[in-house]
Each structure stands twice: as C-alpha cells, then as structure tokens.
Design a protein. Sequence first.
Length: 633
Amino acid sequence: MKLALTHYLLCVYLVLGTAFAQRTELYMPVNIQKAYQNSTRNMDGTPGEKYFQNRADYQIQVQVDPETRIVQGQETVVYTNNSPKNLRSVVIRLYQNLYKRGSQRDRFISPEAEHDGVFIRKLIVGEDTLSPPYAGVHYSGTNMRIRLLEPLQSGTQLTLNIDWEFIIPKGTNIRMGTYGDHSYFLAYWYPQISVYDDIDGWDNINYGGLHEFYNDFGDFDVSISAPGDFTVWATGVLQNPKEVLAAPTLEKYRQAHLSDTVISLMSEKDYQQGYQPTVDRGINTWHFKAEYVPDFAFALADYYLWDATSAVIDEAGTRVYVDACYKPNSPDFPEVAEISKYVLEDLSHRIPGIPYPYPKMTIYNGEDIGGGMEYPMMVNDASSFSKVFSIYLTYHEIAHTYFPFYMGINERKYAWMDEGWASILPMDLVAKLVPGSNPLSIQMFRYIPFAGNEMERPLMTPSIQLKDQAYSVSAYSKPALAYYYLRDMLGDDVFKAALQEYIRRWNGKHPIPYDFFYSMNAGSGQNLNWFWQDWFFERGYPDLAFEEVQVKGKLAKLKIARPGKLPLPVHLVFTLEDDSKEEIHHTAAVWAKGETMVEFKHKFKQNIKLIEIGRSDIPDLNNEDNVYRVKEK
C-alpha cells in the first residue's frame, strides 16, 4: 500500500485541529481544588509558590538469615516536615503486615506464606522511648500511626529509631519473597514513613497486595549482612566491593563499569570449577548508598549467574553500570544485560530523551510467572521464552525509573501515570530489535475485550477503587493507547518536547494528573484539554463508522461518526479499480472541537471500488460499519 499524493486529495474537516480548539475546563474534585487555592500548584502546570514536600532519610542495618528466612533490622529515620502545618502524628508503613494472619487483602495468599507480621522490638520517637504495647500507637492494616507527645513543628525534623523483624514469605510472592532455594528478593521490607502532601495530608491507604505505592524522596545508607557465600544486589551504589567480592569478580566488576560489551562476572563454568563471587568470611556486610530515591530494595542468592556492562547515557559519555543476575536455567537472561543496556540508551537518547537519572540498574531474575516488578535501580523479572516479551518486559520495568520513581507519582491513585508510560515506551525498541513484531498488540489484547464493558471506569477513577480487569485496563492498556494516539497527533518532536517539559517541571516532586495535563499543554503549545476530557474523564469506547458515503467515480465524499465517543485517528484505505490501495491518515485532531461527525473529500486518479476505516493499531469494536463497497453500475 502507498500513501496518496497530497495534490490528489482534498480533505475538508469540520474542525481545523487543536490550534483552534475551544478551551474545555477539566472537572476538578474539591480536595484538589484546594491545592490550587492554596498556591501549592498552578493552573499552568507548574509547582506553586507554596508547594512543599516532606522527606525521610534512612540509615539501616539489616541481617538476613536464609535458612530461617528471618530478617532483623535497625533503622534511624530523620523526617523533615516542610509542610506549613504542625504534625500531631506520624504514619509508618509496615508493608509486610500484608502477610499477617487475618489481614485484609486484595490478592490470595497461601497459608504457607502467612506469618505473624512485623514485630517492632524497639521504637524511639524523638527523645521518647516507647514500650510495648506502645501507648499512642494505632495499627490499621499495613499502617502504624504514632501520636506525637509534642507536634512536629513546620520546618523542623524528627528522628525515629526502630528495630523490627519479620519472616520472608514463601509460597506466595507478591512483589517480593522466596524464589526457589536460596534466592530472595526483599521489597517493602523496612518501616517506611508515609507521604504527607498538599492533596490528602497523610496517605492512609492500606496496602492490600494489588495496588502499588507512593513514596517521598530521601537518602538511603543501608548495610546488609548475609552469609559469606551469598551475593547481594541492591538499590544504590556498592560502597565496599573490595571487602565483599573475590578478587577475580572484583576485577571484572570494575571492568564492566567501563565496558561496551557484556562481561560475565560469574558463569556456570566458574561455579563448576569451584569459584565463588564473594569473599567468604562467614558473614559479609554489603554497604549501599542511594541519594534522593523514593525506595530501596535488595536481593541475595548463592548460585546465580551474573553478567554486567555499562550504557552511555549522555553526550558527555557518562556511563551507567548495568547488571543481570539470574538462575542457571533461565532461557532469556543471558541476553538481558545487553537488552538492558539498549533500553537505558534508548530512554536516555530517544524518548523521553532525558539521561537515565541514576548510577546503576540491576535486573534480578526472581519472579516466577511471566511478570516483573520495578524498584529504584532494581527490577525483579521472570524469565520468558519469547524474545519479544523478554525485551518488552525488561524495557517496561526499567522505564518505571522515570515513572513513577524519578517523577514521584502516586501509583495508588493514578496508576496510569506510570503504567501507561511504561507500557508504551518499549514499542519502538521492541519493533527495532524484533522486526515484524507488533508490540502494541499486547495492549490491544488487554483492552479490546473489556472496552465499553459496564465495569470499565474513566481513567480518572482513583486506582485504589479498581480491581481485576478494570484495574488492568485503566492502569496499562487504555492510557498506553491514549499516549500512542497523542503522539500520532502531535508528531514525534512536539510530543517529545511536551513530555520533557512535564519531566523537567516535576521530577523529584509529586505531580498529579492536572500537573501532567497542563504541563503537556504548555510543552506542546496547544490546549489539549479536549483530548484529556474524552480519554481520561469520560466514558467511551473505540468505534468509528461510516455515517454517509457518496462516491462518484474518482471522488469520495465521506461523513465519519464516532458512536463510541473516543477520539481516534481516522485511517482510510481506498481500493481503486486496478486493485491498488491508497491510504490516508487523519489523526485524532479531527475531533478537537467535540464533533460527533467529520466530513472528508478525497479524489484519486482512478475510480474507487472500496473504502475501509481502520488499521491494526486502531481498535474498533464494530467493524461491520467500517467497509463501504461501491455498487457497480
């Protein structure tokens, strides 16, 4: 097929595009209105003059016993209250209470995985040492609220010292746990101070296992003690590699930081010959530091293979260390370090075109069944037998570095603000590395069977109110398609410029949807509220149809309707009398003024035999009204 030449076609829109779109005021709930009234956020999409953000800095020592799966930790947290209010309480998250017997959950947990929850052995709040049963401490699900004896004044700090322990779950691993013999991934493992923001105050949402997270930024100084034959990988930069890595591993580890090719730090042959990657002193303490990140995760194993390389992420030649740690029988992970290098370079140089913001990335092969989970500088991925899905999954989880981590997104309320991006950003690289693949089909497969279903909710529905397929479609596939058609409409350059403007304004902060919408408007130089309204606030489903068709030889006059209400691209395919085909693509901009029908005129060199609406990357629930066959005279 070929595109029709411009001088052979005449297209008359009922609308003239986004440049002339009438302003549509987006609906805004009253709790969010208050943020704009209080000048913490601006209607132009920038942070307000009174925008504030609290932070928590952690110093943690943790000991892991792989045999008993007991984790014991001691932490000192310095919490800074930058809000204008004096805080009378502090909310602590104890995520591992998800596995506590009798807890309310969104997902099934096997009896084998249940335990007694997080045991707090010591709790010092400021100058006050609290004793069990901790008067003034209230537990609710995975949250622990501490009533302060003296309010934490605006602009001051509070130091908390907490000793705790829990058992690593086994049998049901929700984002962390035991992955076979002597393989453990630790996430959401330490008492973490909740977010206090300008929208809701304290985030009191309970963690039930399905919905994800919302964290403040801070510095982490973490020491992890484990048996000497275990290797530990973690968020942040390893501070003492010479103390914990065996000399041959240490040398290759250092080489990998400067290498363009993948170096095997530990292979099956190495194990067979009796080598091990660590210095075995009985117990090793691995020391990691991470600056201004929203979370910290780590993993350990005593038999994993280990590959590493580095990626160049800017014009100055800055390198980021990349490694992959995996089970010997993993079919795809021997390629994952190299794939990850490509991903970091693609994100840094192409789209979003912002250099990868952290010093390293580790891909750990823990998850068992086809999925993965993201953490700052860490990924926990399953193996895959499909190259397309292996690349897609690796890219998807690494893309979360930007959304939500670099951008501080509230995934509990707005999962589409990170999952939608992580679902669409991999498309180009997957198609490049696996020619002939159709990575968008992953999102179409999820979306089309559920689109228009009575259980489907507008994307602006808080994610915590959704579950099952309603959550999946709202978080992943529908927003991914919205971003895909927005890019088609704006063009690559404007789309990228708008996305970069949003990232520049809000990285390291806590953007909400309106900050995203208004920043994209500013970055594109267009009022896109009509697009946000129809895709994110309204109910609608994908369906375009011929309303009226008039064909006279070489000339076609068309009226196209959108009974499903979603503003989709109108892609027309004309079959001419010699069976050649001409394709004409109109972006979703044709619906910019809210029309339910648009008109087109197209003229060709030959008579028209057949006209079709649609393309494989544009969903349509009713294809029966998408074909018009010209009657023979």
